[in-house]
Design a protein around this ligand. Structure first.
Ligand code: FAD
Length: 152
């Protein structure tokens, strides 16, 4: 049987914690996500900044849908907004079952450049802007974008 067609989903959400608690939450989420996603062929990237999450999930439509349903019910974040979901030709974040990057306030000009006008509010990103931001984060440049953890 041919492999299921690939899909990508992008969403943004707001954590219920700040500061060190937000960092711990991010690390906890990545640990569970890397384990779960590896079992079902889901890959992606989680950008964390200023209490916000921006995440890409890639995999079969069925698995993306099941994963996103769990994520949407998670009480540790809110204001969850779907940015885009649809078929793709190839994975862009296939290296990671899940990995997180923290974007520091020093990177605010990068966000502006990528279209997140108004500072660090990722809800202002459109689909192309969100993808550009995540790809930039994936090519993390030390000093501006600070790596938190890479477990996958
Ligand atoms: P467990 O990790 O054992 O958790 C069992 C239940 O307890 C779940 O309902 C969980 O939501 C809840 N829970 C766990 N810890 C806490 C806590 N500290 N406070 C309140 N409730 C808690 N999961 C994935 O599989 N893949 C992803 O890519 C993914 N991305 C995520 C991104 C974000 C921003 C967030 C907030 C969560 C993400 N999750 C992801 C986690 C997801 O929401 C579920 O928690 C997880 O999938 C459940 O895994 P599990 O069935 O192994 O249960």
């Amino acid at each position: 049987m041919p492999p299921a067609p690939l899909h990508r989903l992008l969403y943004v959400s707001r954590a219920d914690s700040v500061g060190r608690e937000f960092e711990i939450l991010t690390e906890d989420v990545v640990a569970v996500s890397a384990r779960n996603n590896a079992q079902v062929g889901v890959t992606g990237l989680l950008a964390a900044f200023d209490g916000w999450f921006l995440q890409a999930l890639e995999g079969s439509r069925t698995e993306i849908s099941a994963t996103f349903s769990r994520i949407a019910k998670d009480p540790r974040h809110c204001v969850l907004e779907l940015i885009s979901a649809g078929p793709i030709d190839a994975r862009l974040f296939g290296r990671w079952s899940m990995s997180a990057r923290t974007i520091t306030p020093a990177a605010a000009p990068v966000l502006d450049m990528l279209g997140a006008r108004g500072g660090m509010d990722p809800r202002l990103l459109d689909s192309a802007g969100a993808l550009r931001l995540l790809l930039t984060v994936a090519r993390v440049s030390e000093g501006v974008l600070e790596r938190v953890t890479l477990r996958a």
